[in-house]
Design a protein. Structure first.
Lengths: 237, 211
């Protein structure tokens, strides 16, 4: 039982993390008695559970049951929709978990290209995910702006107990939905939408910086002042 | 070496190795095209190597040729043992290596760059792959040949290892060498790979400010 690296240390694949009977979290692999990192990420040790894990800094989204995601309808088949959820694998949406009544023409409900906010209901071993959109707040997203960030940075955007995203919502008075798959949907007035887009992208790029929520709050306040001072004639960026 | 240089790729790297200048881009995991290549238990790894027409002294005819197909194949073979392909069943990982300027040893530099790009794409790996070539010039075993040494030398031994376990994933030889010389070349190349590995780690860590 030995830990070779310090907490929150940046590790690369193949770094020896620990020796002994630790349980494995994400981003690590065991070879004999030794535990190695498989990802470029930050090392974390859970003392209570004796678990080691590496939180990756890069990577694609893999669907997990219980996640909320934003997807785009990829294809309408006879009996279901195929949804692109920004992952290597398409998810499927069954009419049974989307509608209350039977409808023959599925494309009248969600057509190709529509955005949906959905919950991942079930994922099998080869990542075939089935989605759920039957109840609030799930369903079709109309209008608004879609922002793409790295899925590994989503927890940072949400913050501890939602502190970061709550702060952004408060400051900009806009509607924001965050999908675990790295898609963020924003609806508000035009200036706010573009401001939120800039803010979210900043969070994406500086996710490893500590004290980010306060920094972002300052940034939002100063940007908001700029917008209000400009009045009606803001330049079209 | 620099990581994360191409904006549209999921992961990318740029390596300047002597006069070699090489870009590597990783796309994926994504859906498999053509579909029938998909495997239910692991990801499909496709590597493509190409040289720019202006990368060598005489203009190279653009497009795939016998040599680049071969290097693409051995690169896939060199990288596959390091990647945990089982984590992404029914998908494809595409590695593209582009040589902007060539000065011998491009396959080694290409593999090195591709490894960095794979890590940058967040693909789970058992360890880093480092590559380096040894060779024989004027009856002497040397490390990392340049173009003149390669053309006029007697042998060239490119090698790639999983730097953690020293498992050899690529070993080729072109030329004539005695058994002892091969042994010496292997040891020399292994040492070269270790040095390459250290530079790789530095490059990866420097993307995030080194902390």
């Amino acid at each position: 039982m030995e830990i070779m690296v310090s907490e929150r240390e940046l590790v690369v694949p193949g770094t020896l993390l620990a020796k002994g009977k630790y349980s494995l979290g994400g981003g690590v692999t065991r070879e004999g008695d030794e535990i190695y990192s498989t990802m470029l990420g930050l090392f974390y040790l859970n003392d209570g559970k004796k678990q080691v894990r590496v939180v990756p800094l890069e990577g694609k989204y893999l669907p997990k049951a219980g996640d909320t995601v934003i997807g785009r309808i990829h294809k309408v088949l006879g009996g279901k929709w195929l949804v692109d959820i920004n992952s290597p694998y398409l998810a499927s949406l069954d009419p049974k978990s989307a509608l209350h009544d039977r409808i023959d023409d599925l494309s009248r409900v969600y057509d190709v290209g529509d955005l949906v906010f959905a919950k991942v209901d079930y994922v099998d071993e080869i990542y075939n995910a089935s989605l759920f959109t039957k109840s609030m707040p799930y369903g079709k997203l109309r209008g608004g702006t879609l922002i793409e960030i790295r899925p590994t940075r989503v927890p940072r955007l949400i913050g501890k107990k939602g502190s970061m995203i709550y702060m952004i919502k408060q400051e900009t008075k806009s509607k924001i939905l965050v999908g675990q798959n790295g898609l963020v949907w924003v609806k508000g007035n035009n200036e706010m939408e573009s401001l939120i887009k800039k803010t979210v992208e900043l969070v994406d790029n500086e996710a490893h910086v500590s004290g980010l929520t306060d920094k972002m709050k300052e940034y939002l306040e100063s940007e908001k002042k700029k917008i209000y001072n400009q009045g009606d004639h803001y330049d079209e960026m | 070496m620099e990581v994360g240089v191409l904006e549209r790729a999921d992961g990318s790297a740029y390596v300047e190795w002597g006069n070699n200048k090489i870009y590597a881009g990783v796309y994926g995991p994504k859906e498999v095209i053509p579909r029938f290549l998909a495997m239910n238990d692991k990801a499909f790894l496709r590597c493509k190597y190409s040289m720019a027409p202006f990368s060598v002294e005489d203009r190279k005819r653009p497009g795939p040729d016998r040599r680049s197909v071969e290097i693409g194949k051995v690169t896939a073979g060199a990288l596959a043992p390091a990647i945990i392909l089982e984590d992404y069943p029914n998908s494809m990982i595409e590695v593209l290596i582009d040589v902007m300027q060539a000065d011998a040893g491009t396959r080694c530099a290409g593999i090195t760059a591709a490894t960095l790009a794979l890590v940058d794409a967040g693909i789970p790996m058992r360890g880093l792959v480092s590559a380096c070539a040894a060779g024989k010039v004027d009856d002497e075993v040397v490390l990392d040949l340049c173009k003149e040494e390669d053309n006029s030398g007697q042998a060239d031994v490119p090698m790639a290892i999983l730097s953690r376990t020293e498992d050899i994933t690529l070993l080729q030889m072109d030329g004539i060498m005695s058994e002892d010389e091969v042994q010496e070349a292997l040891e020399l190349a292994t040492r070269g790979c270790k040095i390459v590995n250290e530079i790789q780690m530095e490059a990866l860590k420097s993307k995030y400010g080194g902390d």
